[in-house]
Design a protein around this ligand. Structure first.
Ligand code: ZN
Length: 231
């Protein structure tokens, strides 16, 4: 038997008993995860490990390229997961997490490699904006550096897509939701965070303020109360 598949027997006998109390509480009270993470499906990026999350802590959606299709373009797993996390679970922090050496981003730069993978090619169209930003904004980059830049710009693009989802847009307007863009460098073991103020990624440091892509701040475009106050 595949050695990995065989490890499933350990869950019942060894893993679950240690956390039986936690699972009992989660079963009785239901789940109330503290964040939604949308990460790449890459086996080297493990959201629960990065967050040191226990069962019940983290709502996770994974796919090739940590992509969030814009709301109107398709009704699929990512859209439903985002909507459920925000509307049903009340999640207030959403993290889009890309990473170094991403196969999906490599595919985006070499479309000929995707000729026999029409679904992947179609899926990666949701990252075309990032691809174009890199083509025009980083003309000198090659290979690994290009993939790295593309992975970061892809996080920016997917955060923009997230904002097209009604549940997220309304949560942002209420000032109750924050959007985070992270990049995991799997070579250096380092996590970078997108700072919405500067538009750049920076290392996450415990002794510094956490960079946030879109901070929670109430925003109502038609709020004219400040004009009336000035009159
Ligand atoms: Zn990836």
């Amino acid at each position: 038997m595949n050695e990995l598949i065989g490890r499933v027997f350990d869950f019942e006998k060894q893993v679950f008993p240690v956390q039986a109390e936690l699972f009992a509480k989660l079963t009785t009270d239901g789940q109330s995860p503290k964040a939604l993470m949308i990460s790449c499906a890459d086996s080297r990026v493990v959201p629960e490990q990065i967050m040191q999350a226990q069962p019940g802590d983290l709502f996770v959606c994974r796919n090739a390229g940590n992509i969030v299709p814009p709301f109107a373009t398709m009704n699929g797993g990512v859209s439903s997961t985002v909507e459920y996390a925000v509307m049903a679970l009340g999640v207030r922090d959403i993290i889009v997490c890309g990473h170094s050496d991403c196969g999906a981003m490599k595919g985006l730069t070499t479309p000929e490699a995707l000729e026999k993978m029409p679904n992947v090619a179609a899926w990666l169209r949701h990252s075309k904006a990032a691809d174009e930003v890199v083509r025009q904004g980083y003309p000198g980059l090659k290979d690994g550096e290009r993939v790295r830049a593309l992975s970061m710009e892809n996080v920016v693009a997917q955060i923009a897509h997230l904002r097209t989802h009604p549940s997220v847009a309304a949560g942002l307007a209420r000032g109750e939701i924050s959007l985070h863009g992270w990049f995991v460098d799997i070579h250096a073991g380092q996590v970078l965070g997108l700072d919405g103020q500067t538009g750049r990624f920076m290392p996450l440091r415990a002794d510094q303020e956490l960079p946030v892509a879109v901070p929670a701040a109430q925003r109502l475009a038609s709020d004219v109360s400040f004009l009336q106050a000035a009159e």
